[in-house]
Write a protein that binds this ligand. Structure first.
Ligand SMILES: Nc1ncnc2c1ncn2[C@@H]1O[C@H](COP(=O)(O)OP(=O)(O)OP(=O)(O)O)[C@@H](O)[C@H]1O
Ligand SMILES: [Mg+2]
Length: 244
């Protein structure tokens, strides 16, 4: 059984005191596995990520990483636990160069990262043309697809145990989207656990070991990938209680 990394247990959370966006949400991420989270726009998928990363505090339930509660850990401390997030919105500083953005999270952490940084830096220069060609450009001047490459390069340099990846293919050309998904596979093969959110439901199911469906802030279906390989269109209608 692969190691349990993330354990979200019965979490209720929201932005306003009296409105719950997530209700009783439970999910897990294991080492070397992809845990997929799918749902309609506004279902609360990104809110799950924000709650795991400490931008929101659960009103009930618990979030643990490698057996320890992480509620109350500030977002910038997650890197020290081995958690990385590639958010739906850009996490890059637009007025810093690509190279500065890549190295910023590693500053003050040379001891931890020193050994393999040079090798990983070479790898990202080979894998991501935008990193190679635009390393001295301001990140804000890059296209959306190029910025996504920088986000993935940044995550790879941090050598996390787990990466939360929210809508990685949004706005990308099909070729670039495939590239991004192949990097998620590389992440997983290295032993990283992944929480994957993407509007490409078929792709998420194909890549995931375990899938959760979020509907109006609740997990309405969950199971191993095999349970999701029938008529996906029909299943999605059922999960969402839709007749169309
Ligand atoms: N900062 C915020 N303040 C208040 N409400 C918010 C905030 N961010 C999101 N919400 C609300 O929380 C609900 C869930 O939003 P969330 O962004 O988690 O959905 P999502 O499933 O990620 O959607 P999408 O597929 O469009 O990215 C929505 O009703 C949204 O309006
Ligand atoms: Mg979202």
């Amino acid at each position: 059984m692969p190691e349990l990394l993330l354990n979200v247990e019965n979490v209720t959370a929201g932005y306003a005191q009296d409105i719950d966006v997530l209700r009783d949400v439970s999910l897990q991420v294991h080492a070397g596995k992809v845990s997929g989270l799918i749902g309609l726009n506004g279902a609360g998928k990104s809110t799950v990520v924000k709650t795991i990363c400490g931008f929101l505090s659960p009103k009930a339930g618990q979030v643990s990483f490698m057996g320890k509660p992480i509620s109350g850990v500030a977002p910038h401390q997650l890197i020290d636990l081995g958690i990385c997030c590639i958010p739906q919105e850009s996490s890059l500083f637009p007025y810093l160069t690509v190279e500065e953005n890549l190295l910023l999270p590693l500053q003050g952490r040379r001891k931890k990262f020193g050994g393999v940084i040079a090798q990983r830096f070479e790898e990202v220069l080979v894998a991501f043309p935008a990193v190679r060609e635009k390393r001295r450009a301001q990140a804000g001047d890059l296209s959306g697809g190029q910025q996504k490459q920088v986000e993935f390069a940044k995550a790879w340099l941090q050598q996390p145990r787990m990466c939360l990846i929210d809508e990685p293919s949004i706005g990308l050309s099909p070729i670039m989207a495939e590239e991004v998904f192949s990097w998620i596979e590389k992440f997983t093969q290295s032993g990283m656990g992944i929480l994957l959110i993407d509007h490409n439901v078929r792709r998420v199911v194909r890549m995931s070991d375990h899938v959760q469906v979020l509907s109006l802030g609740r997990i309405t279906a969950a199971g191993k990938k095999e349970a999701f390989q029938g008529d996906l269109h029909e299943q999605v209608k059922q999960w969402l209680g839709l007749n169309f």
